[in-house]
Design a protein around this ligand. Sequence first.
Ligand SMILES: Cc1cc2nc3c(=O)[nH]c(=O)nc-3n(C[C@H](O)[C@H](O)[C@H](O)COP(=O)(O)OP(=O)(O)OC[C@H]3O[C@@H](n4cnc5c(N)ncnc54)[C@H](O)[C@@H]3O)c2cc1C
Length: 397
Amino acid sequence: MPESRNPSVAMHLDLSDADAEFLADVRAFITRHWPPSVRRPRPVTAPDGVPGPAENAWFRALAARGWAVPHWPPEHGGTCWPAARRYLWARETALAEAPDLDPCGVQLVGPLICALGSIQQQRRWLPGIREARARWCLAWSEPEAGSDLSRVATRAEPSAAGYRLTGMKSWVAGARHAGAMLCLARTGGAPEPAGLSLFLLDVSLPGVRVEPIVTLDGSAGLANVDLDGVDVPAAALLGPRDGALEVLARLDQLGPAEPVLAPRLQVHVERLKSRAAGDQDLARQAAALEVEVAGLEALELRILSQQDEGRRVPALVAMRRLRQVRVVQRLGELQVAALGHYALPFPDVLLIDNEGPIGHDYALVELADMLRGRSWSIDGGTSELHKNRIAGTILGF
Ligand SMILES: Cc1cc2nc3c(=O)[nH]c(=O)nc-3n(C[C@H](O)[C@H](O)[C@H](O)COP(=O)(O)OP(=O)(O)OC[C@H]3O[C@@H](n4cnc5c(N)ncnc54)[C@H](O)[C@@H]3O)c2cc1C
């Protein structure tokens, strides 16, 4: 059945009656709990802001409806939606520019706890993620261990309480507002590559010091985290002791979310196109980007449907990431070019002078998006590592 609620982001979907009913239900839910009056342009890249009252009300509505964590196993709050519905949900929330729950907790830490955690760990940590009460960060990298996590030097030594963690973590996204962290530490002897373990811990524990780093976008979204003899109970260990590298190597199979980005990118491309009227060069570049987004969408849909069949092709996942990075970075460049001198590098100066931002309401979002987008080819694994993965799985290198 053709559908075109938002003619500017048109797509033809052949839906069964049941799926059409689902779609109507989703739209009614979104309109009720994320009404047009609270909507505003949202960045593509995840910001580290603190949710306001409207966002918190949306998160509460999601939890109450049982739609907060669709991809989790049903016993932990998942919806068992097939790929088509997961895609419809991603698309409708993107069109409404609805906020996402804490991506670190919902997409990665939660699924890991579902897959590897004890019943006690699942009871302790999962409700906070599902109900948007607790935000998480990943403390894996260190100054000398980024792409190669086998070089992690943070130690977790046995203690009377369980383990004592000591070391320095770097580039921890979201640490400033996180209540909990998933930390990678050495339980075996150094410098062997094996002997690493994962720990779930409260950021408020004595000995944890978060030192925010102000980045080019003006935010303090990253931090160094100093672990100075942090005592955690034995129950903080997630998964097998000394087995973290094996866990990370098969992360894809442990149920992390499949981030669907294309619909959100389409919203931004439409905005860009509407500004390109009269500027043929920009219009041409926006149209080329639109084609790239359509290609990304096809890839995302393919990965989603393969997941339903219980198949996962690691090379496709790496290809999707590379394509997402390329599109996000290109979009950022074009958006900033379109903004011209309204792309404000230092909006704080205007705020200090009580002038408020000038230009369009999306100017601040888009400049920050462009700057944060640059880091997409580094965080979550660099582009070179994703290419290695493609070469490894397809070419057998
Ligand atoms: C914005 C941002 C957010 C981040 N968030 C987090 C976070 O929340 N938690 C966390 O733990 N870490 C985080 N990181 C750290 C991130 O995971 C690392 O920066 C990344 O893994 C790269 O490690 P590195 O910086 O040590 O670079 P290196 O690993 O030293 O790499 C340097 C260069 O060498 C290349 N290279 C390395 N190994 C290979 C190889 N085998 N083949 C080909 N090329 C190679 C890399 O591609 C890169 O170009 C974040 C980083 C950024 C920039």
